[in-house]
Design a protein around this ligand. Structure first.
Ligand SMILES: [Zn+2]
Length: 69
């Protein structure tokens, strides 16, 4: 994957993934998921700017669509 510049300061961004230590099921939950079982969508990719600290996160859009439609 090609490195994208930071949207804030145009510095090259570092790519990685989100990690919540101690929990294996953290991720994104839509407000449209109103059921008892709110299955999180895993954040598959994250990018952080080493210059300003901006972080952007990406999940699997296909996986999210299945949960909110
Ligand atoms: Zn930046």
């Amino acid at each position: 994957m090609k490195a994208q510049p930071c949207p804030k300061c145009k510095e090259p961004m570092d790519e990685g993934s989100m990690s919540w230590s101690g929990s294996g099921s953290s991720g994104y939950v839509s407000k449209q998921q109103t059921g008892m079982l709110r299955v999180v969508t895993k954040i598959s990719t994250a990018r952080a700017c080493p210059a300003c600290g901006y972080v952007e996160m990406y999940l699997d859009p296909q996986e999210l669509k299945k949960k909110i439609t």
